[in-house]
Design a protein around this ligand. Structure first.
Ligand code: PGA
Length: 255
């Protein structure tokens, strides 16, 4: 399966000029021949200036409204995103679950909205506390509730990002990436849950990626040993050279 590397810029940078420069520098830092899908998720106000400089990178939003249209102050609809050139939407990131009161129900609505309109949904799941080698039930539960009432034909546009919250670079004690053994277990757990909501063949088509302190020196192991289909990159995506190296190594590891 083609690998995918997604840059999650979160609430950075501060101005449109800086965003355009960062996007341009990121494009330049990419290997000449791209063997992986590369995506940038800038803050909403910078989707347009970033799109204007992208040639080989696709655009993602960091959220999408679960409402179709209408009186929803502060929300951004799928139509508005499509009209802006957005191909993917990050949904259910742990920072939104924890700091913006996003519930399983809201996440499910957003997933159905995105997938129902052919937007690639990047569903984030992951436990908060560091536990042992086993993947805690919350991961399966998050996948199950996010995919409730999703038809299996829609799953081709789904990407699931396993992001253990404790491994995210801004969490206390981080940056510390998860082990490749746990990544692989998480992969199997998530795949099993998707298969239970659909069937094994549909589950195999879903790209399952890892996020949490991903860096140029860990991406090869994440892909080769963790058997991940790519990565969701936060902090390291703000450094074009480092991000370019992640893409290059992901491409090599995925061969
Ligand atoms: P990080 O963030 O790479 O800085 O750990 C990942 C994320 O939160 O998506």
């Amino acid at each position: 399966m083609k690998k995918i590397i997604i840059a999650n810029w979160k609430m950075h940078p501060d101005t449109a000029d800086e965003a355009a420069r960062l996007a341009r520098d990121t494009e330049r830092a990419l290997p000449r021949s791209l063997g992986a899908d590369v995506v940038i998720a800038p803050p909403f106000p910078f989707l347009v200036p970033v799109r204007a400089v992208l040639t080989r990178i696709s655009l993602a939003s960091q959220d999408v409204s679960g409402h179709e249209q209408g009186a929803h102050t502060g929300e951004v609809s799928w139509q508005e995103l499509v009209a802006t050139g957005v191909k993917y939407a990050i949904i259910g990131h742990s920072e939104r679950r924890m700091h913006s009161g996003e519930t399983e129900d809201m996440i499910n609505r957003k997933i159905r909205t995105a997938l129902g309109h052919s937007i690639g949904a990047i569903l984030c799941v992951g436990e908060r506390e560091r536990v042992g080698a086993d993947i805690p039930p919350i991961v399966s539960e998050q996948v199950r509730s996010a995919l409730a009432s999703v038809r299996k034909e829609m799953l081709k546009n789904l990407i699931v990002a396993y992001e253990p919250v404790w491994a995210i670079s801004t969490s206390a004690g981080a940056p510390v990436s998860d082990t490749p053994e746990r990544m692989f277990r998480a992969r199997l757990t998530i795949e099993k849950e998707i298969a239970a909501c659909s069937d094994a063949a549909s589950a195999k088509k879903v790209r399952i990626i890892y996020g949490g302190s991903v860096a140029a020196d860990t991406i090869s192991v994440i892909i080769r040993e963790g058997r991940m289909d790519g990565a969701l990159v936060g902090g390291a995506s703000l450094d074009p050279q480092g991000f370019g190296a992640i893409v290059r190594r992901a491409t090599e590891a995925g061969k």
